[in-house]
Design a protein around this ligand. Structure first.
Ligand SMILES: Nc1ncnc2c1ncn2[C@@H]1O[C@H](COP(=O)(O)OP(=O)(O)OP(=O)(O)O)[C@@H](O)[C@H]1O
Ligand SMILES: [Mg+2]
Length: 240
């Protein structure tokens, strides 16, 4: 078991953003986390990645408890995440954004740059290496976000809506990147509203609604679950 989420809860004042959610991710899997807007998906990522302390519950990663570790320690343990709202650093170029990720693990500048250069190439950003990241269109900013996370050399990568706002072609490109990363040994947990992509990428899907897990299973089972259709897929599926 690479990731174990055990009875995790998070309250914001009176709001139960995440309630008693448990699920596991096995090494090598691509697991999807879906649910309506406000269901608690990003909050779950924040709890797993150490951005928020949970109200209760536990997170284990690679056999160790990481529940109360600060995010930089979680990252060093091999768990990286992208942010739903992409915010490249200041006026920094693509390579500079990515090298920040590499510095999470490497202190020597030349070594960090070597890792960042390789990842810029791997993520199809070579042409934009020296461009200010925030001047790029959304699809490329999402890639920079993935590249920055990858530069920390994760075993588990959490992707928060990296396909949101992309054209069908851009979506296909990012899907093949996700598959390549997974084939290279990185386990992936992804939040996504683009259902055909989730269904085709993931071996397993976890569904949350009003902070609670309402279903978990292989894509075909999730797509035909009356409870999931009622809570979420009904409308969303028709839009795609
Ligand atoms: N820092 C915070 N303080 C207070 N409330 C928060 C905070 N972060 C999230 N929430 C609330 O918690 C609930 C879950 O939000 P969350 O961002 O996890 O949803 P989500 O499933 O990621 O939704 P979306 O699909 O729209 O991104 C929402 O009601 C949100 O307003
Ligand atoms: Mg979210």
């Amino acid at each position: 078991m690479l990731l174990e989420v055990q009875q995790l809860s998070k309250r914001f004042g009176g709001l139960a953003a995440v309630s008693n959610v448990s699920f596991n991710v096995l090494e090598g899997e691509i697991v999807g986390l879906i649910g309506p807007n406000g269901a608690g998906k990003t909050t779950l990522f924040n709890l797993i990645a150490g951005a928020f302390a949970p109200t209760s519950g536990k997170v284990n990663f690679a056999g160790s408890e990481i529940t109360h570790l600060p995010s930089h320690r979680v990252c060093k343990a091999g768990l990286a995440r992208t942010f739903q709202i992409v915010r490249p650093f200041g006026n920094m170029s693509v390579i500079e954004n990515v090298v920040i990720g590499a510095f999470a693990r490497l202190q020597v500048r030349a070594e960090a740059y070597a890792v960042a250069e390789a990842i810029v190439d791997q993520t199809g950003l070579t042409r934009y290496r020296d461009v200010a990241a925030r001047s790029l269109p959304i699809a490329l900013r999402k890639r920079v976000e993935v590249a920055r996370a990858l530069a920390t050399r994760p075993r588990l990568l959490l992707l928060d809506e990296v396909m949101n706002g992309l054209t069908p072609t851009e979506t296909r490109e990012i899907m093949s990147l996700v598959r390549e990363l997974n084939a290279s040994g990185i386990t992936i947990l992804l939040i996504e509203h683009v259902m055909p992509a989730v269904m085709s990428l993931c071996s397993r899907i976890v569904v949350v609604h009003h902070g609670e897990k309402i279903a978990e299973g292989p894509p075909a089972e999730i797509a035909s679950s009356p409870r999931v259709i009622e809570a979420y897929l009904g409308e969303e599926f028709l839009i795609q």
